[in-house]
Design a protein around this ligand. Structure first.
Ligand code: SF4
Length: 492
C-alpha cells in the first residue's frame, strides 16, 4: 500500500512566523506531528511519503503515486485542505482525513472518502481492519479517549528536519480547566492523559537519535495538567536525561497561569531546559474572565505573575482576547497597558471566536448570535458571532491596539522591559549555530539598514550588547519576531 501524507499550507498569520523563519534559512516553524504519529500506527510494510506544503510543492505525479492520500490539519488550514481534496478527487485518488478540523467540521467538508475522527489510536485500527476486509466505512468516530501510552513513536524519518525551526513532541492530552471559548476539552477531555516516563524518554531518545539539536516544542494542551507526576517523575527524568546528553534541547510548551503558584515546578522546568511558555492571559477584565470561565486567571496580578516567570528564566508568550460580552469600551487601553507593562513581547491578541465544540459555540447558537464556523485565524480581524460591543467600535479598537503594540517604539520598549526582568538561567548554554549567525546578518540588513525606523533596532542592539551580552541572541530573536508581527499587522 502506498500512502502519501499531505500537510496543508498554513496562511501567513501571527502563528506561522513565516517572515521570521526565513532569517534562520528555515521554511516552517513547526512540524506535522499528527501525521508522522499516525504514520507510526500504519502497517510497517506500507510505503509512506510525506509532503508538507509549508516546505515544498505538491505535484500531480505525487498524488498519482499513492493508493491513499492521508490529510490532517486545523481550522486554519481549511482553504488549503479543500484544494488538496479537490485535486485528489480530480485525479481519482482516495482521501483519508483526520485531525482536529476534520473531527469538528467533517459535516462541512466534501470530497473525503474516509474520515478517521477523534484520536487515531482508537479509530485508525478500525479503519485498517475494515480495509483489510475490503469494506472501509466513510466515518470512524469514538467518544472514548485512548490511553496515550499506546501512541507510537513519531516517524522522524519522514521529515526533512533541517527545514524546520523546531521539532514537536507530545507528553499529554487534555486540560483540567473549562474555558468557554475552548474546544480542546471536547476534543481531548478534562482529565490530562500522560505518557509514561519510559515512553517520554524514548521519544526524547528518538529525536536525539534522528540527529536533531535545538528547539523542541511540547505541544500539549496544558503541559502542567498533572503537576504531581511532572514534579515526581517526568521533570527529574528530563533533567537527568539533559545532563547525560549535554543539554541538546531547549523546550517550549503551553501552560495555564497557575504555574505561578508552584515555584518548585517552575524551577524543575527551567532545570530541564524549558525556556519559553505560552499562557492564555486573555484579558485584564475580571468580569470577562468570569464570563468565559477562566477562573484560574481571576484575581491574579498578571503583571507580577509574568515578571515572576521572566525572573525565573521562562520567557512568556501570551494569548489575549478582545470581544467578550463584558468587555467595556476602554478594554483596548487596558489591554495595551497590561501587555506593555508585563513585557510580554510575543503578545497574540485575537478577537473572541466560537470554535465548534466549545461551550461558547452552544451558548451563542442558543442566543441566535452565531454567524458561521470559526476559520481558525483569530488574529485576522474575523469574528464568527455578533458581538455585544458595537462592531465598528470593536474592529477599530482592535486594529488600533494591534498597530500600537507592534509599532516599533512600543514593541522595542516592550523587548527592553522583558530583557531587564529576564534572568537567563546560568546553566543554559548560549549556543550559536551557523543559522543564528546568518540570522544576525540578515537582521542587520533588513531591520538595521532597509527598514524605516531602523534606529530602534540599533538602540536595542547596542543596549543589549553592552548591558546584557548573554541575552543578545534573545534580543535579536525578539527583533526578528517584531519584523514578522509588523508585516502581519499590515495585512489586517
Ligand atoms: S486552560 Fe487553555 S487548554 Fe485549558 S480549557 Fe482553558 S483555553 Fe483550553
Amino acid at each position: 500500500m502506498k500512502v502519501l501524507m499531505i500537510y496543508p499550507q498554513t496562511p501567513d498569520t501571527f502563528w506561522s512566523f513565516k517572515n521570521a523563519v526565513r532569517f534562520v534559512s528555515k521554511k516552517a516553524s513547526s512540524i506535522p506531528l499528527g501525521l508522522i504519529t499516525v504514520a507510526g500506527l500504519l502497517p510497517a510494510d506500507w510505503n509512506i511519503r510525506l509532503i508538507d506544503l509549508n516546505i515544498t510543492n505538491l505535484k500531480d505525479k505525487d498524488i498519482l503515486w499513492a493508493d491513499f492520500v492521508f490529510l490532517s490539519g486545523m481550522n486554519i488550514h481549511l482553504e488549503s485542505f479543500q484544494k488538496i481534496v479537490r485535486r485528489c478527487n480530480e485525479l481519482n485518488v482516495k482521501v483519508v482525513a483526520g485531525g482536529s478540523m476534520a473531527t469538528m467540521e467533517h459535516e462541512h467538508i466534501l470530497g473525503v472518502d474516509h474520515f478517521i475522527l477523534n484520536e487515531a489510536e482508537i479509530t485508525l485500527p478500525q479503519f485498517l481492519e475494515d480495509l483489510k476486509q475490503g469494506n472501509p466505512q466513510p466515518i470512524y468516530q469514538t467518544t472514548e479517549f485512548p490511553d496515550i501510552a499506546k501512541a507510537p513513536l513519531p516517524r522522524w524519518d519522514l521529515l526533512d528536519q533541517q527545514k524546520y525551526v523546531s521539532m514537536d513532541l507530545q507528553y499529554s492530552r487534555g486540560c483540567p480547566f473549562n474555558c468557554e471559548f475552548c474546544s480542546i476539552t471536547t476534543l481531548n477531555g478534562h482529565k490530562p492523559r500522560t505518557k509514561s516516563r519510559t515512553q517520554f524518554l524514548a521519544e526524547l531518545d528518538s529525536v536525539y537519535a534522528s540527529g536533531w539539536r535545538g528547539s523542541v516544542f511540547i505541544v500539549d494542551d496544558n503541559f502542567i495538567g498533572n503537576r504531581k507526576k511532572l514534579k515526581q517523575e517526568i521533570l527529574p527524568a528530563m533533567i537527568d536525561w539533559a545532563e547525560e546528553h549535554n543539554y541538546p534541547f531547549n523546550y517550549g510548551t503551553e501552560t495555564s497561569i497557575n504555574i505561578c503558584d508552584d515555584s518548585e515546578l517552575i524551577d524543575l522546568m527551567v532545570a530541564a531546559g524549558f525556556e519559553h511558555i505560552f499562557i492564555g492571559i486573555e484579558t485584564p477584565n475580571h468580569t470577562s474572565l468570569t464570563e468565559c470561565g477562566k477562573y484560574q486567571n481571576v484575581g491574579r496580578d498578571i503583571i507580577a505573575s509574568v515578571k515572576q516567570l521572566h525572573q525565573k528564566g521562562l520567557r512568556v508568550s501570551g494569548g489575549f482576547i478582545i470581544g467578550f460580552d463584558n468587555d467595556p469600551e476602554d478594554i483596548f487601553e487596558a489591554q495595551i497597558n497590561l501587555i506593555q507593562k508585563s513585557g510580554v513581547v510575543t503578545a497574540m491578541v485575537g478577537l473572541l471566536n466560537a470554535p465548534t465544540g466549545s461551550r461558547l459555540y452552544d451558548r451563542l447558537k442558543n442566543e441566535n448570535r452565531l454567524l458561521n464556523f470559526f476559520n481558525g485565524n483569530n488574529v485576522d480581524g474575523s469574528i464568527n458571532f455578533v458581538p455585544k460591543m458595537n462592531y465598528k467600535l470593536l474592529m477599530n479598537g482592535y486594529v488600533s491596539l494591534l498597530r500600537f503594540i507592534y509599532a516599533q517604539p512600543n514593541y522595542y520598549r516592550r523587548v527592553i522591559t522583558f530583557l531587564k526582568e529576564y534572568q537567563l538561567p546560568l546553566k543554559n548554554k548560549v549556543s550559536v549555530t551557523i543559522h543564528d549567525i546568518g540570522a544576525l546578518f540578515k537582521s542587520i540588513w533588513k531591520l538595521g539598514v532597509l527598514e524605516h525606523g531602523r534606529h530602534y533596532y540599533w538602540r536595542l542592539f547596542f543596549y543589549t550588547l553592552f548591558r546584557f551580552p548573554r541575552k543578545f541572541p534573545t534580543a535579536i530573536t525578539m527583533a526578528i519576531y517584531g519584523y514578522h508581527f509588523r508585516k502581519v499587522v499590515r495585512t489586517i
